[in-house]
Structures are given as structure tokens and as C-alpha cells.
Design a protein around this ligand. Structure first.
Ligand code: BES
Ligand code: MN
Ligand code: ZN
Length: 464
């Protein structure tokens, strides 16, 4: 979709003029007031829409009124949903082009562009018959700078959603490495199996062993001109999680191509960061591999040595994400950064706790956790803190190694959190569990089914 900005779109010749209505107020258009508001009692509750043919009375062929709800409750995130709603409606009526003329107090250009691009998204690459799309929209009133920033965010989300939606046969570790290398303004280092071994990443390597797809350890770096802070973001990059020798049942395995959603998020963020140019240094890290039950697969009872020397007894080969992250966290802890954030489709337990609505967040620094939760809220995403009491380590006690990779099913998201913490040293760290939020089995709010690109907006705003 092509997104443009014009100072005045009111008298523009267009297929559809999209305007807004707050509850209890008139719209900015006389025609809409006469027919929709006075004659038809269109209230303008949030998310309601009303379509009106203009019969040549104004240059636009049709007017689409979007309900904005109560004026004092309106905010940037509502703008995102409202524009998404409008785009869905435009798709339904097969409109190819539209002008948006919203009568609002702030420059909501960024949120509006994000909403348009979220709703415009479709993964129809493998469909013979393509989805009907709105080809071009023009925003009146908003600044070009705000809209352009929204476009950067929206395009980053598309990078993430495309990669996570792709079948595992396409989005292999090597493919992720190739994408990382292609990013403009980013320097990328790829480490192959031998180098991963030399770095002592015994936990990550064990997970990768059962697959014919070779692992790729990806380290991307963006450096602002005068960096004021250094941050590393790590994405779980399981290009497919079959469960390994502890094989998943078919229903659970079906969507496991999404187990690299964290990695896809990091790639989306890195693709946008060089365009936003914040004055920081950002490291994007992915320990990419597949978890397969091949001949050489790691087994329950194996003992692995992570990069920091700690040993892990494999209790369940399906708790593989934390093993790959363990070595990635050791690696990131040695970079001399101020903060490390990992984002991962880590536990079914987090999905049980928070559903598809919120992502779980844990960490070793309360201030960093609250800043991330706050940023998520402002970005239209929901992060909810889960506890990391040291007692959660009790169920991970091993008789023969420093710890096991799983213990009790209860409190599984927190157990994974305290496990990860064993591999973080000397740095502020947060862990975001997106097992429930990264991939939807059915549509939810402005998202179609499939990958959501969760984390991209929050991390980009956080880095900015
Ligand atoms: N990738 C899964 C977690 C997951 C589950 C993500 C559902 C998205 C949706 C992870 O590797 C996994 O298999 N976790 C196990 C851990 C268990 C063996 C302790 C789980 O949650 O069942
Ligand atoms: Mn697993
Ligand atoms: Zn997994």
C-alpha cells in the first residue's frame, strides 16, 4: 500500500473520503451530518462504521465515517485500531484508493500509518488468487515526519510477520542469516557450526544436532553516530520445533514454524533501526537452528556445558529454546552492553497464563521491566510481569549436573525465566515470552490469523 500525505484532502477527488465521528459530536462534513447523524442516528461508538454515497454532491464518490468513541478516551492506540478498521472496510467494498480526513487534536500520523499497514497485511504469496488490497491512501492533517515513522514501523512488522509465516522449509537458519546480511546500515557476522563449537556453546549446539539444517549464530550490529547506550536484543530462532526426541503430538507441532518469531522480531527491528537512526548501539543476536529428532539428535539424560561453563542435564528435549538462549545470553553478557533483552516463543505455560492477549515479561531489574511494560502500553502491545522467585529453581535441581532444563509443569514460564537468569551476568536483563502472542490461530482485533509481529513496535519505541 502506498501512503501519502497532503495538507488538505477535503476537496480531493477520491473514491472514498474517510472521516471520523466522536460520540455526541458532529463530523467535519455537512453531508455526513445530514444523512448519517441526523437522519440515521449514527452514534460514532468506537469502531462503528457508516458508508454513504455522495451522489456527486462533493468530489468524493463515497464517505466512510469511523466511530472514534468518547473524545476524552481517544488516544494513539485507538487511532491505530480505527484506521485498521477503516482499511478492512475499504477492502470489503473493493476500494482501491481513499483519503483520510480526521478531525483530531494531535498529530496521530505515526499511529495511523501503523494501523493502515497492519490491516493491509496479507500473507498471500502462495495463493493463486491474491487478496484485494487498497492500493493508495492519503492522510490529510498529519505531518509527513510522523506518517513516515509509522511507515518504517509498519514495514518492520511486515518483515517480521512474513518471516514467521513462512514455512520452515523456506525460513531456515541459513535464510535468517541471509536476511540479516542483506540489511542496510547493519554490519552482520555469521558464525557456523565449527565456530559455535569453538565459542563453547554446548547447549545451543546440542539442540541443533538432530537437524540436517546447519545452525547459524547471527550477530548484527547497528551503531549510531554518538551512541549514548548499548543494548543487545536476542530472538529465539527455532526455525522448527518438533520437540526433538521428546516429540510433540501433531496438534502442538502444527504451528511450530513460528518458533523463530523472536528472531523474526529482532530482524524486523534491525531492518528499521538504521532508518530511525537513534543515538545508541544495538546488537541483534540470533542462535538459529531446528529442533529435530534426527539420528544425531541430543537425548534426554545428556549433559551439556553452556558457554559460561555451567552444566545442564537434559530432562526434556522439547525445552530447547532456553538451551539456545542460554548460550546467546552468555555471549551477550560479554559484549559490554548496558542492557540485554531476549524475546522468545518460550513456554506453553505462558500461553496458558496470559492467553493470546498479553506477553509475559521477567527480568533482573525492576526499573527496566517497568520501562518496557510502559513502552509496550504506549505502543499498543500488552506486557504482563510474571514472577522470578528463586524458589522456581528448586524444581530444576539435578543430581548429576548444575541444573536440569525442565522441572515441574506448574509455573513453567517462571521456571524458564530463572533458568535463563543463570546465563546472564553483570548486565540488566529482561525476558519477553511471546508464546501466546506471536502467532494467532484465528483473527484478533486488527490482526488476521498467523504471525502478529509482536514486540516490533515496543522494541523500536524502547530503543528510540
Ligand atoms: N516452542 C515451545 C513453546 C510454545 C508452545 C510456543 C506453544 C508457542 C506455542 C517450547 O520450545 C516448548 O516446547 N516448551 C515446552 C516446555 C516443556 C517441555 C517444559 C512447553 O511449553 O510445553
Ligand atoms: Mn520446544
Ligand atoms: Zn520451542
Amino acid at each position: 500500500m502506498d501512503i501519502k500525505v497532503l495538507t488538505d484532502v477535503k476537496d480531493q477527488k477520491t473514491e472514498v473520503l474517510v472521516i471520523n465521528k466522536f460520540e455526541g459530536e458532529k463530523t467535519s462534513c455537512e453531508l455526513a451530518n445530514t444523512y448519517a447523524v441526523e437522519k440515521d442516528n449514527f452514534e460514532g461508538k468506537f469502531g462503528q462504521t457508516y458508508l454513504l454515497h455522495t451522489l456527486g454532491k462533493i468530489p468524493a464518490d463515497k464517505i466512510l465515517i469511523v466511530g472514534f468513541g468518547k473524545k476524552d478516551e481517544f488516544d494513539a492506540n485507538k487511532m491505530t485500531s480505527a484506521v485498521a478498521k477503516a482499511i478492512k472496510k475499504l477492502q470489503q467494498i473493493h476500494a482501491k484508493e481513499a483519503c483520510f480526513d480526521f478531525d483530531v487534536m494531535c498529530d496521530y500520523g505515526k499511529s495511523a500509518a501503523i494501523g493502515a499497514l497492519i490491516a493491509d497485511y496479507a500473507f498471500d504469496k502462495y495463493k493463486t488468487e491474491k487478496v484485494t488490497r487498497v492500493e493508495k491512501i492519503t492522510f490529510g492533517k498529519f505531518s509527513e515526519a510522523a506518517v513516515n515513522e509509522g511507515i518504517i514501523f509498519g514495514e518492520a512488522m511486515k518483515v517480521t510477520r512474513d518471516l514467521a509465516n513462512e514455512p520452515a522449509a523456506y525460513a531456515t537458519p541459513a535464510k535468517l542469516a541471509e536476511v540479516a546480511k542483506s540489511l542496510e546500515g547493519i554490519t552482520t557476522e555469521i558464525y557456523d557450526k565449527d565456530e559455535i563449537e569453538r565459542m563453547g556453546m554446548g547447549a545451543y549446539l546440542a539442540v541443533a544436532k538432530g537437524s540436517i539444517q546447519p545452525p547459524k549464530f547471527i550477530h548484527m550490529k547497528y551503531s549510531g553516530i554518538t551512541p549514548k547506550k548499548k543494548i543487545a536484543i536476542i530472538g529465539k530462532g527455532l526455525c522448527f520445533d518438533s520437540g526433538g526426541m521428546d516429540l510433540k503430538p501433531p496438534a502442538s507441532m502444527l504451528t511450530m514454524r513460528d518458533d523463530m518469531s523472536g528472531a523474526a522480531c529482532v530482524l524486523g527491528v534491525m531492518s528499521a533501526i538504521a532508518k530511525l537512526k537513534p543515538e545508541i548501539e544495538v546488537h541483534g543476536i540470533i542462535a538459529a537452528c531446528e529442533n529435530m529428532p534426527g539420528n544425531n539428535a541430543y537425548k534426554p539424560g545428556d549433559i551439556l556445558t553452556a558457554k559460561n561453563g555451567k552444566t545442564i542435564e537434559v530432562d526434556n528435549t522439547d525445552a530447547e529454546g532456553r538451551l539456545t538462549l542460554a548460550d546467546a545470553l552468555c555471549y551477550a553478557s560479554e559484549l559490554g552492553v548496558d542492557e540485554v533483552i531476549d524475546i522468545a516463543t518460550l513456554t506453553g505455560a505462558c500461553m496458558v497464563a496470559l492467553g493470546t492477549v498479553a506477553s509475559g515479561i521477567m527480568g533482573n531489574d525492576e526499573d527496566m521491566i517497568s520501562r518496557l511494560i510502559h513502552t509496550a502500553k504506549e505502543s499498543g502491545e500488552k506486557f504482563w510481569e510474571l514472577p522470578m522467585y528463586p524458589e522456581y529453581m528448586n524444581s530444576l535441581k539435578s543430581d548429576i549436573a548444575d541444573m536440569k532444563n525442565t522441572g515441574s509443569r506448574n509455573g513453567g514460564a517462571s521456571a524458564a525465566g530463572v533458568f535463563l537468569q543463570e546465563f546472564v551476568s553483570g548486565v540488566k536483563w529482561c525476558h519477553i515470552d511471546i508464546a501466546g502472542t506471536a502467532f494467532l490461530e484465528k483473527p484478533q482485533s486488527e490482526f488476521i490469523s498467523g504471525a502478529t509481529g509482536v514486540g516490533v513496535r515496543t522494541l523500536l519505541n524502547y530503543l528510540k
